[in-house]
Unconditional design. Structure first.
Length: 97
């Protein structure tokens, strides 16, 4: 019995670009993969955004718990702020629509 091992770009290929950003998803689409995995969180005002952690400090230039933050504040953050090696341009936290 042959098994096919699926190649999945975890958080959009988080080793290549800031995780769960549009840059990560674009880069992942250029790879020979079977799927892209992403994470979603809910904002205080009811928007669904693409982000892994419950808090924003580790990945962005902001602070706070996702469920306590408004969509407009989250969209103002740079989701590439702490990418290892730096990233050439800011990345917004994507929405899920």
């Amino acid at each position: 019995m042959a098994h096919h091992i699926q190649k999945v770009a975890h958080r959009g290929g988080s080793a290549l670009a800031p995780q769960n950003t549009l840059a990560a998803f674009r880069d992942a689409l250029s790879l020979p993969i079977d799927a892209i995995e992403l994470d979603v969180q809910m904002t205080r005002d009811g928007y669904v955004v693409v982000f892994h952690d419950n808090t924003v400090e580790k990945l962005s230039d902001g602070s706070g718990n996702m469920l306590d933050l408004d969509f407009s504040y989250l969209r103002s953050l740079n989701a590439a702020a702490h990418f290892l090696g730096g990233w050439p341009e800011p990345q917004q936290i994507p929405t899920w629509r």
